[in-house]
Design a binder for this molecule. Structure first.
Ligand SMILES: *Cc1c(COP(=O)(O)O)cnc(C)c1O
Length: 390
């Protein structure tokens, strides 16, 4: 986006304009939803000559180009690719930078299915995965060796919400020529830009806040100049692409990201603060809370917090926590998050840790605080907690 008044537009202004280019949309505000496989040319000469904007549906359409352009600029990247899911964005962000004999370092708190990818796919390609303590950059240095080609970060971590010192980890990784890949799904580029913190590649489960309405599956990967050509090449070689309806919805989601996330932040902070004062709650895991161990890093590296948080119940079993969740009326029970609706799950279920054993003080509940009125959400939680422990 151009700078209309000689000043850099604020993010809300950027989001209202991003990817809105006459090349994609003509005179319309929004790009057309182009359903396409074949693109026709006037002649064979035209078909084989480089430089045609569109050559085949898988390789790009105006709908996809509009979204990619918006996302690349949003992340401050050289380019963006679109993937059919967030998990696929993880795999597409790692595969370009590893080969047989290489190693990948993941934080112990990484999104669970990334471990399954490491075990089921990377291991068979001869790539080994190791896991480091997400709160200790020194542990990255200790585990790094010349074969380590990718250092992965995800801040805050899935379910347990550990903030990571991304700039410190970048410094260690770059000293060893490793590429830093960052999963930025929780903060989104609205609140954190990993490439500005030194990461080489940033990915999002656009399924979550970019879509924002629990109706699409999508992932995005962006990269700085150094890693972009390889990422683009491998993404293309893997044959990855997304459908035009989903791309359209993701672009529509981007338009309201600023207002939605500010509300998620405000409501989640209210719920987190209230939970922290409750006698059944041992600990609330939410970096925007001053009591959170990652609060200082959050203040330094992020400009806001989203709606996902966890809390530990004082001595409750998983069965009791399940009964509490089953009895709530405003929190849906289901996978994923980032839509407009509130959700609750048991966050400690099946947590796998190898760098450091996971020893919670009790069962951990993960909440997605949606766009409902926070007073209603707190009343629902209050009633649920009272019902269980009068
Ligand atoms: C949900 C999630 C993903 C995966 O996204 P899908 O679209 O569900 O495949 C990746 N990373 C994080 C941090 C997530 O929360």
């Amino acid at each position: 986006m151009k700078n209309p008044h000689g000043r850099k537009p604020a993010t809300a202004t950027f989001l209202a304009n991003a990817g809105r280019d006459g090349r994609f949309a003509g005179s319309f505000v929004n790009p057309p939803v182009v359903h396409a496989s074949t693109v026709l040319f006037d002649s064979i000469e035209d078909m084989v000559s480089p430089g045609a904007p569109y050559v085949y549906g898988r390789r790009g359409t105006p709908t996809l180009a509009s979204l990619e352009t918006a996302l690349a600029e949003f992340e401050g990247a050289a380019g963006a690719v679109l993937c059919p899911s967030g998990l696929n964005a993880i795999t597409a962000a790692i595969l370009p930078f590893v080969g047989a004999g290489d190693r990948v370092l993941f934080p112990d708190s990484v999104y669970g299915p990334a471990r399954t990818f490491a075990d089921a796919v990377l291991a068979r390609l001869g790539v080994t995965a190791d896991y480091y303590d997400p709160t200790d950059a020194g542990d990255v240095a200790a585990r790094l060796d010349p074969a380590t080609k990718v250092v992965y970060v995800e801040s805050p971590g899935s379910n347990t919400m550990e903030m990571q010192d991304i700039p410190a980890i970048v410094e260690i990784a770059h000293a060893a020529q490793a590429v830093v890949v960052a999963d930025n799904t929780w903060a989104t580029p609205l609140f954190c830009r990993p490439l500005d913190l030194g990461a080489d590649v940033a990915l999002l489960a656009a399924t979550k806040y970019i879509g924002g309405h629990a109706d699409i599956m999508m992932g995005t990967v962006t990269a700085g100049e150094r890693c972009w050509p390889r990422l683009k090449e491998v993404h293309g070689a893997l044959g990855l692409c997304v459908g035009p309806d989903d791309a359209y919805l993701a672009l529509r989601g981007l338009r309201t990201l600023d207002v939605r996330l500010r509300r998620h932040h405000e409501s989640a902070l209210a719920v987190a603060t209230w939970l922290e004062g409750h006698h059944e709650v041992a600990r609330v895991l939410y970096p925007a809370l001053p009591s959170d161990p990652g609060h200082a890093l959050w203040r330094r590296d992020m400009t806001g917090a989203s709606g996902l948080l966890s809390f530990v119940l004082r001595g409750w079993s998983e069965d009791e926590a399940a009964q509490l969740i089953d009895g709530l009326s405003l929190f849906g029970i289901g996978y994923s998050w980032g839509g407009f609706e509130s959700l609750a799950t048991i966050g400690s279920h099946g947590i796998r840790r190898t760098a450091r054993p996971y020893r919670p003080e009790g069962t951990l509940i993960r909440l997605h605080v949606g766009l409902e009125d926070p007073e209603d959400l707190m009343a629902d939680l209050d009633e649920g907690l009272r019902r269980m422990r009068p």
